[in-house]
Design a protein around this ligand. Structure first.
Ligand SMILES: *Cc1c(COP(=O)(O)O)cnc(C)c1O
Length: 394
């Protein structure tokens, strides 16, 4: 009996489960993957907002939230919107993405990155990720573009499809910055626009610069599971004054400001963040420092524990980055779907919420026929990667 127990205990999925159990100290019967913490002035600001009656698209909290976001990230402009997906949509539109253009994005990302491309009637073109950042692989991208791209009149075309490649959208996956300097250089060389999906990376820095400042524009998200939350929400960052103005105009139904008249000078969107969400956002932003400290402390503890277990490692930030450790993950040394699923099963059945990574987007029905490069690393990563509990309060 003892021997049997020892054999079972020595299996990797058991070891990982035990390690998580001890580290997370589960007295509670359920540990979610990520929950927001509202330990600041959330109640106060939301109450204040209700008191003013201004709960929708006008009111002081939206302006205040935008100001604070710009200050925190050191972006010249921040435009608050209803969610990260709409932020991306507007970024792509203003980048000049037109119907039938291609937009290069990693296959390993949340579906919203591709959906925003589709909302422009453009076509996602999937590229591989690298293990070092879990984001878009610049070396592979460069080699790939050298083969498939043709520059004509300062525009980039896909030789195989004849379509224009208008933009590249790298994602700072789980909050870990991609090698943006390199990607930016590639974009310049191939005349494509760089837009950053920084939905997961508020509070993450690349060589001391906040993520999202290197592209023409970038998108943040404040969904319930992100590093800070406004319920639902997002923002567009840009250093370009004219783009900021256009973004503000497009996201407020393209209405010309006027005391009483309704004049809309183009097709706009009702994407502006409501004041009540911004009230929550102001309180959340005040706590960024504390949240980030908690996250890094949790990551340090995970790193230490998983260092002791052979066959798996805790993913840590690349050397050029200071990451927000938004969503932690472990990587199996060897791709092994069966083992991955055993770990998912034992943890989820015992109150520790874990998740596999997103299904690669090229495998989803609406994106299965999209152009793509060979996705070797992304495929391996999906058979190696497990997200583990990451809330700041752990
Ligand atoms: C969350 C997320 C989005 C979209 O944000 P929403 O606010 O949920 O619309 C986009 N891209 C990535 C990578 C995300 O994680």
């Amino acid at each position: 009996m003892v021997i049997i127990v020892l054999i079972i205990m020595s299996q990797l999925h058991e070891k990982i489960f035990q390690a998580l159990k001890i580290l997370l100290n589960i007295e509670q019967n359920f540990i979610p993957l990520h929950e927001p913490s509202f330990d600041g002035k959330e109640w106060q600001y939301v109450k204040e907002c209700l008191g003013t009656g201004w709960v929708s698209t006008a009111g002081k909290f939206v302006d205040e939230f935008e100001l604070q976001l710009a200050q925190y990230t050191r972006s010249k402009y921040a435009i608050a919107v209803v969610n990260g997906t709409s932020a991306l949509h507007i970024c792509l539109k203003l980048a000049g993405v037109k119907p039938n253009d291609e937009v290069i994005i990693p296959a390993l990302t949340f579906v919203a990155t591709a959906n925003a491309v589709s909302y422009c009637s453009a076509i996602p073109h999937f590229v591989d990720s690298e293990e070092k950042t879990l984001g878009l692989d610049p070396v592979k991208l460069e080699k790939y573009l050298e083969i498939i791209a043709e520059i004509d009149n300062n525009e980039c075309f896909n030789k195989n499809t004849g379509r224009r490649i208008k933009a590249v959208v790298p994602v700072h996956t789980f909050g870990h910055p991609v090698d943006i300097d390199y990607i930016k250089e590639i974009c310049n060389n191939f005349s494509v626009v760089l837009i950053e999906d920084a939905a997961e990376s508020l509070g993450s820095f690349y060589k001391k610069r906040h993520t999202g400042l290197d592209g023409l524009m970038s998108a943040l998200s404040f969904n319930g599971n992100k590093i800070i939350s406004t319920g639902g929400g997002g923002a567009i960052l840009t250093n370009d004054e004219s783009l900021a103005k256009q973004a503000r105009h497009l996201t407020t139904t393209a209405k010309i400001p006027h005391k009483w008249e309704y004049i809309h000078d183009e097709l706009g969107y009702n994407y502006r963040m409501p004041n009540i969400n911004a009230a929550l956002g102001c309180a959340q932003l005040e706590q960024m420092t504390g949240i980030l400290q908690c996250k890094r402390y949790l990551a340090k503890r995970y790193e230490k524990v998983f260092n002791e277990i052979q066959g798996v490692r805790f993913f840590t930030e690349p050397e050029f980055a200071k990451s927000n450790y938004w969503l932690n993950c472990i990587l199996l040394d060897i791709p092994d779907l069966e083992l991955r699923d055993k770990i998912l099963k034992i943890t989820n059945e015992n109150g520790i919420m874990t998740r596999p990574t997103w299904t690669l987007l090229n495998q989803l029905p609406m994106y299965k026929d999209c152009p793509k490069m060979t996705l070797t690393t992304a495929e391996k990563l999906s058979a190696r990667l497990i997200n583990i509990p990451s809330s700041a309060n752990l």
